[in-house]
Design a protein. Structure first.
Length: 38
């Protein structure tokens, strides 16, 4: 059962990648000046 060794690390990496993808899409329309002004 070698796949069990890599199951949760793959889930964790996928969660991080998905979170970064969502963050990039949320921040795509915001300029850096808006971030500093906020």
């Amino acid at each position: 059962m070698n796949w069990r060794r890599y199951f949760w690390p793959v889930i964790g990496i996928a969660a991080v990648v998905f979170s970064l993808w969502l963050l990039i899409h949320e921040l795509r329309g915001i300029s850096l000046d808006d971030v500093w002004a906020g």
